[in-house]
Design a protein around this ligand. Structure first.
Ligand SMILES: CC(C)CCC[C@@H](C)[C@H]1CC[C@H]2[C@@H]3CC=C4C[C@@H](O)CC[C@]4(C)[C@H]3CC[C@]12C
Length: 792
């Protein structure tokens, strides 16, 4: 293999562990005394020790003080203050210039502390065992004291009972009637028994104590072993996940290596910086439909992507598996920032005082030029749309390394690097629902409304055809981001989308066909559940045929992404869906059958019935969501409504999936339509997803740059939302502690109102909804974008 042949390109060996701890430096204000107050000092966090200097220049000469983080407590007093104490002699009261800055330090300090603890982990576990033993022995010793008390009490009892017996014997010597004398004998007997019982009790107690002691130790050991095994398992799973990524990587390289010499060359420069700017020529538009010799960018792994992986893994590892799992997205976002900054080497030491330049390093000239170029060359001839996007670069980073600390969390609240994204926003992704809009055109022609419903069902199923291999996350649109897609001239529909809420993320969509309109509010609650991730969509979709007045609504089924820990990610659709025709009360019930390893049946199966308002079955629907749907009219049916037996007329193919481009595994498994969605077009609103720079950089394969830009845009959005909401009533308070954009609570009171939709109450469902005002297309005609905020 080329990678090992060529010396010059062999990646450098990983640095020794101690070197991995990147130093963190910066200005902080340190409390000195009541006269001088807080003083600005230069702080350096290195090898688990925080040191400070009067100035940056002093580093090599005079250190003013240090504190070791091993075992230190780190807490925050207010939005800018950090207090670090080593539990005794030393306490540092520090102040950052902002909350973001403070959080960055806290994260790094915590990580350093965790690392220190990790280093001394073995000592610690011994210590723990020792202290656990100490705990048991202290209980045992107090039990022992109790036992000796019992013993002395029992001795007292036997003393008294002996005394009693003596008294009774004395009584016997006196002349007493014989019946009293037998009674006295019985009493003496009793006194004896008491003595024996109390001795027995003490013996039992002491045996109990022995048992407790030995058993306690046993339980303790078992618990300790279980705990150790758990940690080992977590580490093993981690290891497997990493090895899997490496193997995939090697396998991919092998595949490429087999093909051409050129590929060998690209293998060998694996760790060189991507040169996208030079190789992608927007003027010649290399991604046109008919271009035979597509000049695809050779995406070389970015020099730093490995570092990013390493950093993300390590940073998260430190807190993983322990009780300090990263629960605070602000924290993980800060980690991500740190990881990205360090991995790109863009952590500007030049301007340490400029916080924003450190948090959000500048884009390279190369990236800037590329962004400018692409905007300068929008699509001119609509018949020359591209048919693919640049190849997905190969920067292995396992999803588990990010997600393992987020079990139980909502996907929208997990800050993720673009490494797990596809270069489309959610607004664009839901526009793909119209990939098979021709089914709706056919449905519009149906005279029989039950037949129409069957076609509508086929359409709703077809929207999942693109999900089979698409396991990447679409970009979460910024609040106010829009996306228009006017394919009226070739596909017969035009769609408009706007991100109308940020928390929870809601995308509003309106699509008009020639004889139908379709709209939806798309939002979902997604939970990461360990092995898999589940998304439960909760918006309602509407379809209207004005000619017949038939109006359909439905909700979507649950999407599950499997194999988060190991294996290849795969997607399944499951659950029941009901489509209602509000005009005549007819319904269609569809079931998406979960994938099963134990069935010979077809996988990804969907089946259902169209029923009139009296539950009479009219049509049957059978198919798979990844391939085809057949429908048939019912001539006769019997049996229970849950599992009826139907006699049907002949089946009609209502939908058949078109084969996607054969090489699309190289570019996110995109269909042709998906590839065209993000192509730059003239005259779109300045808020259009196509103009989102991080997404564009990502499409080009400049992932590090895209990650930097993503952070910048999200920070920008936070500031904008905060400013806007500052004017809004106190009832809508923003949680100041939450720095990550994915955490700020928004609600209906949000000061930022949708621009092209208006809040309304749905005529059919009576639920709150967003109604399209149609002004977008009017404004577009006039090129009047005056109402658009600047988002990017
Ligand atoms: C981070 C990685 C592992 C998870 C990525 C999950 C992605 C692939 C999943 C989660 C939720 C999914 C969406 C859920 C619902 C719909 C509506 C449907 O009409 C079209 C597909 C669409 C739009 C899905 C596309 C794929 C999707 C975005």
């Amino acid at each position: 293999m080329a990678a090992s042949d060529s010396k010059s390109s062999t990646p450098p060996p990983p640095p020794p562990l101690s070197m991995v701890d990147e130093d963190m430096k910066g200005w902080l204000f340190k409390w000195t005394n009541y006269i001088k107050g807080y003083q600005k000092r230069w702080f350096v966090l290195s090898n688990g020790v925080l040191s400070y200097y009067r100035t940056q220049a002093e580093i090599s000469q005079l250190c003013r003080g240090t504190i070791s983080l091993n075992g230190a407590t780190i807490h925050t007093e207010d939005s800018c203050t950090i207090v670090i104490s080593n539990g005794g002699t030393q306490t540092f009261h520090l102040r950052a210039t902002s909350e973001v800055e403070r959080q960055r330090w806290v994260t790094e300090l915590e990580l350093a502390k965790a690392r220190e603890i990790g280093h001394t982990n073995t000592d610690r576990s011994k210590e723990k065992e020792l202290s656990a033993n100490l705990e048991v022995s202290s209980v045992v010793s107090s039990l022992n004291t109790k036992l000796s008390e019992l013993r002395s009490q029992s001795e007292i009892i036997s003393k008294h009972s002996k005394a009693l017996q003596r008294c009774l014997t004395e009584l016997e010597t006196i002349d007493i009637p014989p019946d009293v004398s037998t009674k006295i004998k019985a009493w003496m007997e009793r006194a004896n028994l008491i003595r024996i019982a109390s001795v027995g009790m003490v013996t039992n107690c002491s045996e109990y104590l022995d048992l407790a002691q030995s058993q306690g130790n046993k339980w303790q050991k078992m618990l300790y072993n279980e705990r150790r095994q758990r940690i080992q398992l977590v580490e093993m799973v981690d290891q497997i996940a990493r090895e899997q990524t490496v193997l995939e990587h090697v396998a991919n390289n092998d595949k490429q290596g087999d093909s051409t010499d050129e590929d060998d060359a690209s293998d060998s420069c694996e760790f060189f910086d991507a040169q996208g700017g030079d190789s992608f020529d927007v003027t010649t538009n290399n991604y046109l439909v008919n271009c035979q010799s597509q000049n695809i960018i050779q995406h070389k792994s970015l020099s730093s992507s490995q570092a990013l992986e390493k950093l993300v893994n390590e940073e998260l590892d430190c807190s993983g598996g322990s009780s300090s799992d990263i629960d605070d997205p602000a924290e993980s976002s800060a980690i991500l920032t740190a990881a990205i900054c360090s991995s790109t080497g863009l952590n500007t030491d030049r301007d340490e005082n400029n916080k924003s330049s450190r948090m959000f390093p500048q884009l390279s000239e190369n990236a800037k030029k590329m962004l400018e170029d692409v905007i300068k060359h929008p699509l001119k001839q609509k018949d020359k749309r591209r048919c693919r996007v640049p190849d997905k670069p190969n920067h292995p980073l396992h999803i588990w390394s990010i997600l393992k600390n987020c079990i139980g969390k909502d996907l929208s609240k997990i800050p993720m690097p673009v490494n797990f994204s596809e270069p489309l926003s959610m607004l664009q992704r839901i526009t793909e629902d119209f990939e098979y809009s021709n089914i709706l055109d056919t449905a519009a022609q149906c005279k029989d409304s039950f037949e129409q419903m069957a076609y509508v069902a086929a359409f709703t199923i077809s929207s999942y055809s693109t999900t089979v291999n698409r396991t990447s996350k679409p970009f979460n649109p910024l609040l106010g981001e829009t996306y228009e897609c006017d394919r009226m001239s070739d596909l017969g529909w035009k769609a408009f989308n706007e991100q109308v809420s940020h928390h929870p993320p809601i995308s509003a969509q309106f699509c008009s066909g020639k004889e139908w309109s379709c709209w939806q509010e798309f939002s979902m609650s997604s939970k990461f559940r360990g092995k898999y991730l589940q998304a439960i969509p909760n918006g309602i979709a509407h379809l209207d045929f004005p000619a017949s007045g038939n109006h359909y609504t439905w909700t979507k089924v649950t999407t599950t992404v499997h194999n988060i820990i190991v294996g290849k990610l795969w997607v399944d659709q499951t659950g029941d869906m009901t489509i209602t025709n509000h005009k005549d009360g007819s319904k269609c019930r569809l079931s998406y059958i979960p994938y099963s390893y134990f069935t010979r049946d077809q996988q990804r199966k969907v089946k259902g019935y169209v029923m009139d308002k009296d539950n009479e079955i009219k049509w049957v629907i059978n198919g798979t969501w990844d391939n085809k749907v057949e429908i048939a009219p019912v001539t006769k049916f019997e049996g229970p409504i849950e599992s009826p037996t139907c006699q049907t007329g002949s089946y009609i193919m209502a939908w058949q999936r078109q084969a996607p481009p054969s090489d699309n595994e190289k570019y996110y498994y995109f269909t042709v339509l998906a590839s065209q969605l993000n192509e730059i077009e003239e005259g779109v609103a300045p808020t259009d997803s196509r103009l989102r720079p991080d997404q564009r950089l990502m499409e080009f394969g400049l992932w590090d740059e895209a990650n930097i830009e993503k952070l910048r845009l999200e920070e920008f959005q936070r500031v904008r939302n905060r400013k806007a909401n500052a004017g809004v009533a106190d009832s809508n308070q923003i949680n100041e502690n939450e720095e990550d954009d994915e955490t700020v609570q928004e609600n209906d009171n949000s000061a930022i109102k949708p621009l092209w939709f208006k809040r309304d109450v749905c005529k059919w469902t009576k639920k709150p909804c967003f109604t399209f005002t149609h002004e977008y297309w009017e404004c577009k005609q006039k090129s009047d974008w005056s109402r658009c905020p600047s988002l990017f």
